[in-house]
Unconditional design. Structure first.
Length: 396
């Protein structure tokens, strides 16, 4: 069966969970047809060029495509005359946008797509609702975090129009039911996961001095300032360690200045962004992975960060915070969960792991990996999505 995807911006290196999901669906025998509203911009990573070449972009549909646009509209008018005329009468947009929307619908239709999925409940869902009304092709969506808590876009309408809706944590599901009045039977949990085979199991021994690692975009919700303050507490206690922070973002200069003010310039290294292979190498070589997640002033919040899963897949004990869906991934037996916005508690968690007896440290690493193997694999993510898609046609 052919499954379509329609994204807002695609492909993006920061969304490996989407790129890998597509690969896994195709590995299991599903064909995928790809479209997106926007290109990812300049400097696309070489590993993503194949996906980009396969993708139809909404903003590439222009006058150069006029013969194809006309042909698509004639096809849909002849095949779905009642729906076409009804939607045309409802149309409050300019004629050019209407014709483009029909062409996008016909692109999926003529490709043999029977179901369309998307990640993040943003404006592309409006397009999916139109395609469904015109052609009858059902759609579904996976919601993550920003689309639920900070950058919301007609959430109840998007979910209620879908054949089914998924989200990546029980925390999100409860929030949607309690705060958006979503019927419980409409929303299901499918965790994102990692390709466990990309992270071979290894026996871990700590470096001397031990290495603490944090990775993410330099934005408020990642809590890198809390991480730096926690490191300063460890330094004041006389603990020996080094730390690496990988990533880029608007707060990078401010965070470097904070590092210097805290007297950590000889201990903490900001590497900037690194390719995924270098990130995997850094994860496999560190002793503790730390992500001090918090809710930003704009209400943005992490769901369950994939980088935490990757660290745990490498058998690395983790320190994070009790916020959002993170407790569903990390438990005390594989690390430590601190109170958000609390550098002292974060420092306590880091110290416990740094000072743990070798046998306990090894057990925490094994527990971390086992949690990923059992509950957070890419194969499980793909199976969860496919089971819901297939159920749509069994019960149709």
């Amino acid at each position: 069966m052919k499954t379509g995807y329609l994204f807002r911006t695609f492909p993006q290196l920061s969304q490996t969970f989407i790129n890998n999901e597509i690969d896994e669906l195709e590995r299991t025998g599903y064909e995928t047809v790809l479209a997106a509203m926007y290109r990812p911009g300049e400097g696309i990573h070489p590993s993503l060029t194949g996906l980009e070449r396969r993708t139809l972009y909404w903003h590439d549909i222009d006058k150069r495509c006029l013969p194809r646009i006309i042909k698509a509209n004639i096809h849909c008018l002849l095949r779905f005359p009642m729906a076409y005329i009804r939607l045309l009468r409802k149309n409050g947009e300019n004629a050019g946008r209407w014709l483009k929307k029909v062409m996008l619908a016909e692109f999926f239709l003529s490709s043999g797509v029977r179901h369309i999925h998307t990640h993040f409940a943003w404006e592309q869902v409006d397009m999916l609702r139109f395609i469904q009304e015109l052609t009858g092709i059902p759609y579904s969506l996976t919601m993550h975090a920003a689309d639920i808590f900070s950058e919301t876009h007609n959430l109840p309408q998007a979910i209620n129009g879908a054949a089914f809706a998924l989200t990546i944590s029980e925390y999100n599901r409860r929030y949607l039911i309690e705060n958006q009045a979503i019927p419980p039977e409409k929303i299901h949990v499918v965790h994102c996961g990692v390709k466990i085979e990309d992270f071979p199991e290894t026996r871990r021994t700590r470096n001397s001095p031990p290495v603490l690692l944090s990775i993410g975009r330099m934005v408020e919700k990642k809590g890198f300032d809390i991480f730096l303050k926690g490191l300063a507490i460890l330094k004041e206690k006389g603990l020996q360690f080094t730390a690496r922070i990988i990533g880029d973002g608007p707060l990078l200069s401010e965070l470097k200045e904070m590092r210097n003010q805290l007297g950590l310039e000889e201990i903490v290294n900001f590497t900037g962004p690194l390719p995924h292979e270098a990130v995997k190498a850094a994860l496999s070589q560190c002793d503790v992975f730390v992500l001090a997640c918090r809710q930003g002033k704009n209400e943005d919040i992490d769901g369950i960060p994939v980088v935490l899963m990757e660290a745990m897949a490498c058998s690395v004990p983790v320190v994070s915070t009790r916020i959002s869906g993170i407790p569903e991934l990390c438990a005390d037996e594989c690390g430590y969960l601190a109170v958000p916005e609390n550098p002292a508690d974060l420092a306590e968690g880091m110290e416990k792991i740094l000072c743990a007896a070798p046998a306990l440290y090894e057990v925490m690493g094994k527990n971390a990996r086992e949690k990923i193997v059992h509950d957070f694999t890419l194969q499980g993510q793909a199976r969860g999505l496919l089971s819901h898609i297939e159920a749509c046609f069994i019960h149709a």
